[in-house]
Design a protein. Structure first.
Length: 574
């Protein structure tokens, strides 16, 4: 077969393949069975988060082989490598969760270092679990090489007593078990069937939310995120992604040509209309930061505020990712947004077409069951809402998908806990009271450290039937599977002098998701006068200590480096 000739004179891989001085480098490639022709081709990093930690990542290795076939078909030389993941479902509810958000930075950093160290020209990145998706996309934008993202796919729903179930049902069953409403045997029967296959959590939790983002932002081929992980049809998308990156390389279309202010707005729209995870309010600003774009939590929430919620997905709704895929997936959702003029159509995508051109080829329409027509949405505003007030001067975020208007306003006395474990014990022992606002502080990016998710606590509350009878606020995060009136990302966090650190038991707190307000009934003078000494953590060395020293504001994405605005070179131009 005739080989396609690429001009490598301006590609990074020339530093390891071209000229007499690189003879030792080429020797290493010959040692791996790479031919002279393959050495002369562009080198494409095929980065995966494959591991045996959880079902989210277990299928990525197979899919990577299909990506490599596409790269080879496009006359590139694929070089597969892996990076870490921390899987939130398994890290949930204990000290391991502190590693989760920090792993996003480690993923981006290790992908960057591997690409730089070996001078790869472009990247196809595969990821399957919550932080690995934004981490991989952040690396793509940071490197600014031709990039295509592909999601590993969602898990199949389990079946229990004639209904579809997800891991969210198991977390909530723990609360019912604590309340004596189900037996050890019933809990055991549910846990054995809730997760029946490879793939990431099936509801519109963080993984599927960020998978939808990957398509909406343009880094993934349309509809590539939809098929569940066990479907062999995923391989066709993987191969197409390998071919697509070769086309982008030839046309010199790079990640920052795709990720723009407009494409970030498109992504935020899709999060809002699908009732996606509040964690998108953290990850979208972090991706923007890698491109040097000002797009913080306020910007995300402004888009959430005027976007209809019309896709009925768990945890607030009825359906899972497999159901969304079967009715047309993200492209059909974006077509509905386009009808209302809520999509920027001129954004470039991984297909080499604009978003408008790509959507023109999509034939599906809203089915009225999973995807409602945008003219008759579930609610007229987004499923995620931003809040501000004297308790959160830098903002906070709450998911309201599935909540009535009456349920979106809550006022009650504070019940303050210094960490999640203390709050969980109180919930387990039912020593809290109906009508209280449970406050969990010292769980921010720096104060935690690591900004843990509170799913174990919120799911236990829901399982006890108290999800609508109390509210919960924290400077930490919530899982995409969280439901109930749960406010996260309260900023500034306690360790950075935030008002959440100055709350005392009994302070009256009001949360109004309709107005976008969160306040405590204290004067500015009284709040200023109160002193708070943040709890000292046990993490005084190692990766979490390093993360706590570097991490910035939640409002800006909890990032750990200055970003594109301060860079003095672009990797792909060296």
């Amino acid at each position: 077969m005739l080989k396609k000739k690429f001009d490598k004179s301006r590609l990074p891989s020339r530093h390891v393949t071209e000229g007499p001085a690189r003879a030792p480098h080429r020797s290493y490639y010959y040692a791996m069975g790479i031919s002279e022709d393959e050495i002369a081709q562009p080198f494409i990093g095929v980065a995966t988060c494959w591991n045996e930690a959880a079902p989210c990542n277990i299928a990525l290795n197979r899919q990577a082989q299909a990506v490599k076939m596409g790269v080879k078909e496009g006359f590139g030389t694929p070089r597969e490598f892996t990076t870490i993941t921390v899987t939130d479902g398994i890290a949930m509810g204990h000290e391991g969760m502190r590693s989760s958000l920090a792993s996003r930075e480690a993923i981006a950093d290790t992908v960057e270092l591997t690409m730089r160290g070996h001078c790869y020209d472009a990247i196809v990145g595969l990821a399957g679990c919550d932080k690995s998706l934004p981490g991989m996309m952040m690396a793509m934008v940071r490197l600014n090489v031709p990039s295509v993202f592909i999601y590993g796919g969602s898990i199949m729903p389990g079946r229990f007593e004639g209904r579809d179930v997800t891991v969210q049902d198991v977390f909530e069953a723990v609360g019912r078990h604590q309340a004596g409403q189900n037996s050890d045997e019933e809990l055991r029967a549910l846990e054995k069937v809730a997760c029946p296959s490879a793939g990431a959590c099936g509801g519109q939790f963080t993984a599927n939310t960020m998978a939808c983002v990957s398509e909406a932002i343009g880094l993934a081929l349309l509809n590539s995120s939809g098929a569940p992980a066990p479907y062999e049809s995923r391989d066709a998308y993987a191969t197409a992604s390998g071919l697509a990156v070769m086309d982008l390389l030839e046309r010199n279309i790079r990640a920052r040509d795709v990720v723009t202010r407009k494409s970030l707005e498109n992504a935020a729209r899709v999060v809002a209309c699908t009732g996606g995870s509040t964690n998108a309010g953290l990850h979208l600003p972090a991706i923007a930061h890698e491109a040097g774009i000002d797009f913080d939590l306020d910007d995300v929430c402004e888009i959430f505020r005027d976007t209809p919620y019309f896709v009925d997905l768990k945890p607030g709704g009825k359906y899972v990712a497999k159901d969304l895929y079967e009715v047309g997936g993200v492209p059909v959702v974006m077509k509905e947004l386009r009808k209302a003029g809520l999509i920027h159509e001129d954004c470039m995508t991984a297909s080499g077409q604009t978003m408008g051109e790509a959507l023109d080829k999509i034939e599906g329409e809203a089915d009225g069951r999973v995807i409602y027509p945008i003219e008759t949405p579930i609610t007229k505003t987004g499923g995620v809402v931003g809040l501000k007030g004297n308790l959160a001067p830098e903002g906070a975020i709450v998911k309201v998908a599935g909540m009535s208007a009456e349920e979106q306003v809550f006022s009650g006395p504070a019940r303050v806990f210094e960490c999640e474990e203390d709050a969980f014990e109180a919930v387990k022992a039912r020593t809290y009271k109906e009508g209280e606002v449970i406050v969990i502080r010292n769980e921010g990016p720096a104060s935690g450290p690591g900004m843990r998710e509170m799913l174990a606590t919120t799911a236990a509350l829901s399982g006890q039937g108290m999800g609508k009878k109390v509210a919960l606020i924290t400077d930490g995060r919530f899982s995409g599977a969280t439901r109930g009136f749960c406010v996260g990302h309260v900023g500034p966090e306690s360790a950075r002098g935030g008002p959440i650190g100055k709350l005392r038991d009994g302070d009256m707190i009001t949360i109004d998701a309709i107005k976008g307000e969160i306040s405590v009934d204290l004067s500015d003078e009284e709040l200023t006068a109160r002193e708070y000494v943040p709890r000292e953590t046990i993490y005084s060395s190692g990766a979490l200590w390093k993360y706590a020293q570097l991490v910035g504001s939640t409002r800006l994405g909890a990032v750990t480096h200055p970003g594109a605005k301060e860079e003095k070179h672009v990797y792909s131009d060296l």
